[in-house]
Design a protein around this ligand. Structure first.
Ligand code: HEC
Length: 145
């Protein structure tokens, strides 16, 4: 029984990994508004990624792998939309999808860098991560500096 549960769990993780870069059926269902997601999910995770110093142990690197996963998942969620009044209008636009894809791509770059314990690549991923935030806000949330 335990083996079956484990195998199923692994399959789910694997399926998620495969569908990560596509718009497969396993799309997340948003449970909060884009704004809440930005404040409570995206901001803490990206602060972690941008605050990287010099992790040593596997556990220390794992923090950055986890933060990158959060960014990837948040990006996939905003592609679907959110519970806010304008969220689904935003997510219906091609520009929004492109910004979200860039966010997801930067999340994958950060994850690869953290898995490889490559500090230089982490800094590069951090630089790639910022422009989609700024450019998407400029278009969809222009009051935000
Ligand atoms: C695909 C577009 C998009 C991307 C990419 C994006 N954001 Fe946002 N963000 C928004 C929108 C739209 C809002 C405003 C939502 C609202 O007002 O309902 C917002 C709001 C925010 C807020 C709250 C601002 C406020 O006025 O209180 C923060 C913080 C934030 N984003 C951080 C980030 C960070 C950090 C990144 C990059 C790592 C990022 N966002 C990437 C679209 C985006």
């Amino acid at each position: 029984m335990l083996r079956i549960i484990l195998a199923t769990a692994l399959l789910v993780i694997f399926a998620t990994a495969i569908t990560g870069r596509t718009d497969g059926e396993a799309a997340p269902v948003p449970t909060m508004s884009v704004n809440e997601l930005m404040e409570t999910v995206v901001t803490p995770a990206t602060n972690t990624l941008w605050g990287i110093e010099d992790p040593q142990s596997d556990d220390e690197w794992q923090v950055f792998i986890d933060a990158a996963d959060v960014v990837i998942n948040a990006g996939q969620t905003i592609k679907v939309g959110g519970t806010g009044p304008d969220d689904n209008t935003w997510s219906a636009s091609a520009e929004w999808q492109a910004f979200a894809d860039r966010l997801i791509g930067a999340g994958f770059d950060a994850k690869t860098a953290a898995v490889n314990k490559d500090l230089e690549a982490m800094y590069t991923a951090g630089e790639v991560l910022y422009p989609p935030c700024e450019e998407c806000h400029l278009q969809f949330h222009p009051d935000f500096q």
